[in-house]
Design a protein around this ligand. Structure first.
Ligand code: URA
Length: 262
């Protein structure tokens, strides 16, 4: 389905376009189902966000691209006391698991290092490895649209993965890879000190929550990661395969939004 032409010349979003974007988020019958459950203010936020919800990716910023590493001989500080640039450099030079031998590029993370919202996915795929940025493929486009639906731009948040190098053939990361990379995510969280963590998909949610429960069970519950509120939700790649679950993802996003304003 292609987007109806946006002929809006002011703040008002034409009804046809509004319907299209809500439909893309899986909230086609917003008025009927949610009008009494969700405040007018929230509705306005969605309407404002969907003006820009055409699933286009934010331009890749050169400073956020982690290029293939030039090894430097300066001794590395401890991960636990590292600064952002030191940490990024350590991750670029990491060889603590087998993924380092097949990677072409580390995907450290991207976004606002003062963000209040941290999004954590599973691991880079081919597109992400090529660009050195998390969530840039089709699933990334949907993630961008989901953020916009709660009035956030990619530049407002920080996005990373539990594993920073691409596992071959789109397989899930192995326990040894998760263990090796855990310290880096931990340090990113300590440096960022986010107000809310949004765990994207089963593997990120299970790893952060040290749980083996199904994502269908983990989502919709209040969690925390070392005192930071954590919302678990479906992976956008799964939502692309199963759009009927978008409604639940929307509820998870509303939970994120309300935790951010608390
Ligand atoms: N899936 C993830 O979990 N992370 C990415 O960066 C891209 C796809």
């Amino acid at each position: 389905m292609s987007a109806p032409q946006d002929k809006a010349d002011g703040c008002e979003l034409p009804e046809e376009l509004r319907r299209y974007y809500l439909d893309a988020m899986g909230v086609q019958v917003w008025d009927e189902l949610y009008s009494h459950a969700v405040s007018t203010a929230e509705t306005q936020v969605v309407e404002a966000a969907v003006v820009e919800t055409a699933v286009t990716e934010a331009p890749v910023q050169e400073e956020n691209i982690v290029h293939a590493e030039a090894v430097d001989s300066t001794p590395m500080p401890d991960v636990l006391s590292s600064s952002w640039p030191e940490l990024q450099s350590m991750v670029q030079q990491c060889s603590q698991c087998d993924l380092h031998s097949s990677r072409t590029q580390v995907v450290f993370g991207a976004g606002n290092q003062n963000a209040r919202l941290l999004l954590v996915g599973e691991a880079p795929k081919q597109d992400e490895e090529e660009q050195g940025m998390p969530f840039v493929g089709e699933a990334g486009d949907l993630l961008t649209a989901m953020l916009k639906a709660i009035d956030l731009q990619r530049e407002d948040v920080y996005i990373t993965n539990i594993v920073k190098c691409r596992p071959a053939e789109n397989r899930h990361p192995q326990p040894a890879e998760l263990d090796a990379c855990h310290q880096y995510l931990h340090r990113q969280i300590a440096l960022l000190q986010p107000k809310v963590i949004f765990a994207i998909g089963a593997m990120a949610s299970q790893t952060l929550l040290k749980s083996s429960k199904n994502i269908g069970v983990l989502r919709g519950q209040a969690h925390n990661f070392e005192g930071i509120p954590l919302v678990a939700s479906f992976h956008p790649a799964y939502l692309l395969r199963k759009p009927s679950e978008k409604r639940k993802a929307w509820q998870d996003l509303l939970q994120v939004k309300s935790l951010l304003v608390e």
